[in-house]
Design a protein around this ligand. Structure first.
Ligand code: ADP
Ligand code: MG
Length: 280
């Protein structure tokens, strides 16, 4: 394996059984996530991005099934595993602690009758009960880390804006210091100003906590602003993957070109203004 590989996806095939027969939603994907990078997954709606994410997190539900391939995960300080082959118990021990997930639309899935602090408590006690005594200091710290006031601990989801909810979920996703966070459309449905703040906070997670991030978005503008490398999906296949600047400068696939052209242009490509330089 390459030294810096955190996840190696090999020839992954995920199908959905439908009345019209099997639909290949992920169709032979090879993709490596490097330790410490922000990898973007781009592609229009229906190209297979979310299916790739749920397969990677082993959260795929019927009628979806894995038709082939392997996903080798190399968590720090633990033996490597094939996520697709491992048993449920071992998988449970990796969730949140090594592998964390911000599902598409997760802002709307927060429990409406529980205060933010209680939602943290539930996750932490279930996955890391040994941290019970740290809860009182840990949760306010995590909230501050994503730029929220610690008073948010006592608030209910309906008292939070969409951007605040997304930041609460980001804080929760890094609570147990995972190696990898997969965020599916983390800025979709937020207004443009808030999107920028969320992208900044996601970048901070990598820069300050060393988390590796996979960020899925249909919006090439998001990739331009945030990611180091981008993989472009089209009809279940990765048609192009590379350094984001390179892909924007010289897209090799015509489909990538059309995705880039669909970004509303206000002056130059947004990444030209970024001070933060991507990891090599
Ligand atoms: N539960 C399902 N049953 C049948 N087909 C599905 C199901 N979920 C997704 N698909 C199909 O799989 C393909 C990829 O979907 P998805 O992974 O959600 O794409 P994306 O996240 O890029 O929008 C689409 O053709 C979609 O219609
Ligand atoms: Mg999706």
């Amino acid at each position: 394996m390459p030294d810096d590989a955190l996840v190696e996806i090999k020839d992954l095939r995920v199908h959905y059984r439908t009345t019209q027969g099997d639909v290949p939603a992920v169709d032979g994907v090879d993709l490596t996530v490097r330790r410490g990078e922000i990898l973007g997954i781009a592609g229009e709606s229906g190209s297979g991005k979310s299916t790739l994410a749920v397969a990677l997190l082993r959260l795929l539900r019927a009628p979806g099934y894995v038709a082939g391939g392997s996903i080798d995960f190399h968590p720090s300080g633990q033996p490597s595993v094939d996520l697709l082959a491992m048993d449920e118990r071992r998988l449970r021990s990796l969730r949140w602690r090594s592998l964390s997930y911000l599902p598409q639309g997760s802002m709307n899935s927060m429990n409406p009758v529980m205060r933010v602090g209680e939602q943290f408590r539930d996750v932490i006690l279930e996955h890391a009960p040994e941290r019970r005594n740290q809860l009182a200091t840990m949760v306010p710290r995590l909230l501050r880390q994503v730029g929220l006031d610690e008073g948010v601990v006592r608030m209910y989801p309906h008292e939070l804006s969409g951007g605040m909810k997304q930041r609460v979920l980001m804080a929760m996703s890094i609570a147990l210091e995972p190696d990898l966070v997969v965020a599916d459309e983390p800025t979709t449905a937020l207004d443009v100003t808030i999107q920028r703040v969320i992208l900044q906070s996601l970048g901070d997670l990598r820069d300050e906590f060393g988390v590796t991030l996979v960020v899925i978005s249909h919006d090439m503008g998001v990739h331009a602003q945030l990611v180091d490398r981008v993989a472009v999906m089209y009809e279940g296949k990765v048609v192009e993957v590379g350094d984001v600047r390179q892909v924007f400068k010289q897209p090799r696939h015509p489909y990538t070109r059309s995705l880039i052209e669909s970004i509303p242009r206000i002056g130059e490509a947004p990444w030209r203004d970024e001070k933060r330089s991507p990891v090599a």
